[in-house]
Design a protein around this ligand. Sequence first.
Ligand code: PLP
Length: 393
Amino acid sequence: MSAEKPWEFDTLALRAGTARSAFNENSEALFLTSSFRFDSAAQAAARFADQEPGYVYSRFSNPTVTMFQDRLAALEGAEACVATASGMSAILSTIMGLLSAGDHIVCSRGVFGATVQLLTTILPRFGVEVSFVSPTNPAEWQAALKPNTRLLFVETPSNPLTEISDIAALAGIAHSGGAWLAVDNCFCTPALQRPLDLGADLIIHSATKYLDGHGRVLGGAVLGRRELVMDGVFKFLRTAGPSLSPFNAWVILKGLETLRLRMEAHSTNAMEVARWLEGRRGVERVYYPWLPSHPQHALAKAQQRAGGGIVSFQLRGGREAAWGIIDATRMISITANLGDTKSTITHPASTTHGRITPEARAAAGITDGLVRVAVGLEAVEDIKADLARGLPA
Ligand SMILES: *Cc1c(COP(=O)(O)O)cnc(C)c1O
């Protein structure tokens, strides 16, 4: 018999990882249980000793969480996936699971604010040092490598400027230096970009964003080869405990079913908003990878299937103008979250990136006039009309 053709992305998003209980339910079950029963003391001993497969305790594993992990692994083309309580705990678990005191990380300057905080204020206390480099200049990454560099960390597109990093080039640099490349794939999701196919070793997700996609729960995940994810990250997670709750896993699992449809719709709306903003008075510059004016437009087209949902723009008039357009909105939600079906608007300099130093902010290009919109799935005419309220006529 010939091998069956593997399922396409859309089929995997609905069916990969499904495990049915004795009731043969069609929709995935939510297993709200902290522990699992054993038939005997001998079975309990065997499960604890890893001599027999099976569930023990939901800090280690849970069937609903396993379904989410298996489905996301299928979508990213990964051998293994471990779910975490949030995106930040995915980053923390990766570093705690794979690095030791004395190790060095090279990190893009264009990463999430809390990631910068973690790398600069917490990890140095445990002997892990970090260098920050340009997201768009691979030569800087090469030059920053040291004999003790173990991890290169990048987010592409970056938050909030949507800078694009060359994943294949950074993977080559990492491997030449005996290090791993981790890609935070939050903005694209596997529907638009698959970093492992481009040579990355690890993928980080904040499932809080597009994977859930409806702004409901926190969650995260780490994906990659089995030895990195299971022997490294999972061993830390099962002991330290930043595990994903089964309830959140169930919510995100159902979110995955519509991931590609949503990402395409977000991208279509975002492209329309970006084009429209580019011609407006008061707007100095628009950042969106699918605009031909974007400095890494060609790389984005080669690496991604669409532009994604995040549009940032620089207003003339600094913070006053930025707060002005935000406060003039009546429909778009003023909130720091992104990846929701509802459009959200943020002033990065005073919120998501408010805790990093003004110098670091300036180096990352996050000026006072910058506004970030996570374009949602409302009618695009309504989104544009809401943004137009705070712009010069
Ligand atoms: C939100 C976010 C994180 C952190 O995720 P949480 O789920 O909020 O902990 C990490 N990386 C990126 C790119 C994000 O947008």
